[in-house]
Design a protein around this ligand. Structure first.
Ligand code: PHE
Length: 353
């Protein structure tokens, strides 16, 4: 019996030596260690072994089984190493090649300007108020003191939203400016304490839409940043101080600004602010069209009717408001000559910022 065990072991090891891949190895395992293998038969037939030999045979059989299992494990490891060596010598790996550059994302130029504007006004104590892009005629015009059918609406060619219900004199539209947010914000603030509404210091950034003939100067979609300050004893000099300081922080400490009388239905008096052309220093160049000045925003003291519509008593409160176009500011700072680049998604443009 012990001889037979020796023979089983020898046959198995011989067979193992010729297994050269994983499949052969698996077949070997089934044949020499599986349920119907010779060594397993020995265990199964232990009952037929004479009593006095059983101990020695059992021990020997166990040793053979363990030896075969160990040989199997060793062979498995060896085969894997061989396979690895093989693939390493086949593949070519040039460790001196430079690494692949990871493309860096960047912020859209308008976003960069917006963030600077936020920072400057945050330093002055203004909070950001986000208002809706889909508006009603009432908020976009009527509450801002544009009467129905008034020609002042011509300044803003409006996209109306076709709706099934007839909303009469209050159709839905895409906001043509961020000013309707003034009313939403004032009403929200005033609701917290209707008898003594709290002061307001906010900027309202966001997308606006106008039915423009698209050209180098006009886009049908653009951002605006509105500003609103309401409180007791706010005067036109607060407006001038705030906006001149803003201009110096954005365009440089030396830059001079001026205010020209203008008209908006929702402010009285109204003005436009120019800054001295920072390219020619006021001498006149192609960017400022020889004027020496660049217009950068519209502003004014909040009209009493607008304060009233927002829930602020115009006898007790005053305020100023302004509105600017971040694309225009970006164009001036970077001498971008066509506003259409902002929405064209041309990487050659975007990668420069
Ligand atoms: N809403 C005006 C525009 O779109 C800008 C503006 C805002 C002017 C606030 C005065 C005060 O042109």
């Amino acid at each position: 019996m012990l001889d037979k065990l020796d023979q089983i072991k020898q046959d198995a090891l011989d067979a193992l030596a010729s297994a050269q891949d994983e499949d052969a190895l698996e077949s070997w395992r089934v044949a020499y260690l599986g349920r119907s293998s010779a060594i397993m038969d020995v265990f199964k037939n232990m009952g037929g072994v004479p009593q006095e030999e059983r101990g020695a045979v059992g021990r020997a059989a166990n040793q053979v089984k363990q030896a075969l299992e160990a040989a199997f494990t060793e062979k498995t490891v060896t085969l894997r190493e061989v396979a690895l060596q093989h693939s390493l010598s086949e593949e070519r790996l040039d460790v001196t090649l430079p690494g692949r550059a990871i493309p860096r994302g960047r912020l859209h130029p308008t976003t960069q300007t917006l963030r600077e504007i936020y920072r400057v006004f945050a330093d002055m104590g203004f909070q950001i108020y986000l208002s809706r892009e889909v508006e009603t005629d009432e908020y976009n015009f009527q509450l801002l003191n544009f009467p129905l059918h008034h020609p002042a609406r011509e300044m803003q060619d409006t996209f109306h939203i076709v709706s099934e219900e007839d909303r009469g004199d209050n159709p839905l539209l895409l906001r043509a400016h961020t000013s309707p947010g003034q009313i939403h914000a004032m009403r929200e603030y005033a609701a917290t304490d209707p008898d003594n509404p709290p002061p307001v210091r906010i900027i309202l950034p966001g997308m606006c839409y106008r039915y423009e003939q698209v050209s180098a100067r006009y886009e049908s979609q653009f951002t605006q940043v509105e500003g609103l300050a309401v409180g007791h004893n706010i005067t036109f000099s607060d407006l001038k101080g705030t906006l001149s300081d803003f201009a110096r922080r954005i365009f440089g400490q030396e830059v001079r600004s001026r205010f020209r009388a203008s008209h908006f239905p929702f402010t009285e008096p109204s003005a436009e602010m120019d800054i001295e052309c920072f390219l020619c220093g006021g001498d006149g160049c192609s960017v400022c069209k020889d004027a020496g000045w660049l217009e950068i925003l519209g502003c004014g003291m909040v009209h009493p009717i607008v304060l009233e519509n927002g829930g602020y008593d115009p006898e007790r409160y005053t305020g100023f408001a302004f509105g600017m176009g971040p694309e225009r500011i970006t164009m001036l700072r970077h001498r971008i000559e066509d506003i259409r680049y902002f929405w064209a998604n041309d990487m050659r443009f975007l990668e420069q910022f």
